[in-house]
Design a protein around this ligand. Structure first.
Ligand SMILES: Nc1ncnc2c1ncn2[C@@H]1O[C@H](COP(=O)(O)OP(=O)(O)OP(=O)(O)O)[C@@H](O)[C@H]1O
Ligand SMILES: O=P(O)(O)OC[C@@]1(O)O[C@H](CO)[C@@H](O)[C@@H]1O
Length: 300
C-alpha cells in the first residue's frame, strides 16, 4: 500500500490577474480552488493514475472538512486526524506577470494528535511506501519526520521525503528511498546557489553520501536529474507545452516516479512517468489527469 502524510494540508486558492498593485484593491480575472498540500497532491495524482493509496495527516475546521469530503468524492481514500482547534490553512497562489505563493502557517498540532498519527503508521510493512511531504506548522519541532522514520526503521517500508531544510537534512541518516528537492532547495541545503547540471549531479551525490538512496532534483521547465542508488545518473528534459499552472508539479513528479518504479522497478521508467506527471500538471489548470499523462508519455 502507498500512504501519504500531509501535516499541513491547504485549500489552494489560485487567482489569475494581469497585474497586481500592492496597497490597492485588485480584482481577479478568474480563480480556482484545489484541495492541496504536498502529500495530498501526491495522493490525488496517484489516484488519477489508478494507484490505490491512503492520504493521512491533520485537518481542522471547515476548510479541513472541505478537503476531506472533496477528496473522498473524487475517490481518494483518506484517514485524517481531525484537530480540535484552528482551521486548515488557505494558501493563496497568485498567477500574474510572476507567480507568487502566500502559504499559511497552519493550525497547532497537539501531542495527542501526533501520537494518533504515529499509531496509524504502525500498519506499515515491508514493501509499503510512505510519502512524507510538505512543511510542518510553525509551532512544531522540525524533527518530526525524523521521529517517524526512527519508528519505522525496521518496518521494511520505503520512505519518500519531499521537504526542505532541516526537515529533510534530519532524515537522511534513516536512508529514505527518495528525496526530491528542486535545484534551488538543493542549493539551500548546502548554503550555495546551484546553476549548472554538473553542480546538481555533484550535490545530489552528496545527499546520497549523507544517506538518501535516490535523489531526484527537479528543475521546473529544465526537467530533472536522478542520482540513483545503483550509481546511475539519469537526466530527462520536458515535453513542450503551454504552462497553465505549475502548483503541485513537483508532487505530481513524486507520484509518477513512485508508481513508475512500482510497476517496473526501473529508475529510467520511473523518471519518465514522473516527468510526464510533472509536466501534465504544469500544462493543466489542476493536477495531472491520466489522459494527459499518457499523451506526454508518448512524446518523452
Ligand atoms: N514549465 C514547465 N514545463 C514543463 N514541465 C514542467 C514545468 N514546470 C515543472 N515541470 C515538470 O514538473 C517537474 C517538477 O517541477 P518543479 O521543479 O517546478 O517542482 P517543485 O519546485 O517541487 O514544484 P512545486 O513546489 O510547485 O510542486 C519538472 O521536473 C518537470 O518535469
Ligand atoms: O507550505 P508547504 O507545505 O511547503 O507547501 C504547500 C503547497 O504550496 O505545496 C503544494 C504544491 O507543491 C500546494 O498544494 C500547497 O499550497
Amino acid at each position: 500500500m502507498i500512504y501519504t502524510v500531509t501535516f499541513n494540508p491547504a485549500v489552494d486558492y489560485v487567482i489569475h490577474l494581469e497585474d497586481i498593485e500592492l496597497g490597492a484593491v485588485n480584482r481577479t480575472e478568474s480563480e480556482e480552488i484545489f484541495f492541496g498540500g504536498k502529500g495530498i497532491n501526491v495522493s490525488t495524482v496517484l489516484s488519477n493514475l489508478g494507484a490505490e493509496n491512503i492520504a493521512l495527516g491533520f485537518i481542522s475546521g471547515f476548510t479541513g472538512k472541505a478537503i476531506e469530503s472533496g477528496l473522498n468524492k473524487n475517490g481518494i481514500k483518506t484517514d485524517f486526524i481531525e484537530l480540535e482547534n484552528g482551521i486548515t490553512r488557505i494558501n493563496v497562489k497568485i498567477k500574474s506577470k510572476e507567480e507568487t505563493d502566500i502559504n499559511g502557517q497552519g493550525p497547532v498540532i497537539s501531542h495527542e494528535a501526533i501520537s494518533g498519527l504515529l499509531d496509524k503508521l504502525k500498519v506499515l510493512q515491508r514493501g509499503d511506501f510512505l510519502i512524507l511531504a510538505g512543511s510542518i506548522p510553525a509551532t512544531m519541532p522540525d524533527d518530526i519526520y525524523e521521529k517517524i522514520m526512527e519508528r519505522l526503521k525496521d518496518s521494511g517500508s520505503n520512505i519518500v521525503v519531499d521537504a526542505t531544510g532541516d526537515l529533510l537534512k534530519n532524515v537522511l541518516k534513516y536512508h529514505p528511498f527518495l528525496v526530491k528537492p528542486n535545484n534551488h532547495e538543493l542549493g539551500e541545503l548546502f548554503g550555495i546557489e546551484i546553476n549548472t547540471e554538473e553542480e546538481i549531479i555533484e550535490y545530489a551525490g552528496k545527499l546520497r553520501q549523507m544517506g538518501a538512496r535516490n535523489v531526484l532534483v527537479s528543475r521546473a521547465g529544465d526537467g530533472a536529474v536522478l542520482s540513483a542508488e545503483n550509481g546511475e545518473v539519469i537526466k530527462m528534459g520536458v515535453p513542450s507545452g503551454k504552462v497553465l499552472n505549475s502548483v503541485g508539479a513537483g508532487d505530481s513528479m513524486v507520484a509518477g516516479f513512485i508508481f513508475g518504479y512500482l510497476q517496473s522497478g526501473d529508475y529510467r521508467d520511473a523518471l519518465k512517468l514522473g516527468t510526464a506527471c510533472g509536466s501534465a500538471t504544469a500544462f493543466s489548470a489542476g493536477l495531472a489527469e491520466k489522459e494527459k499523462v499518457e499523451e506526454l508519455m508518448k512524446i518523452l
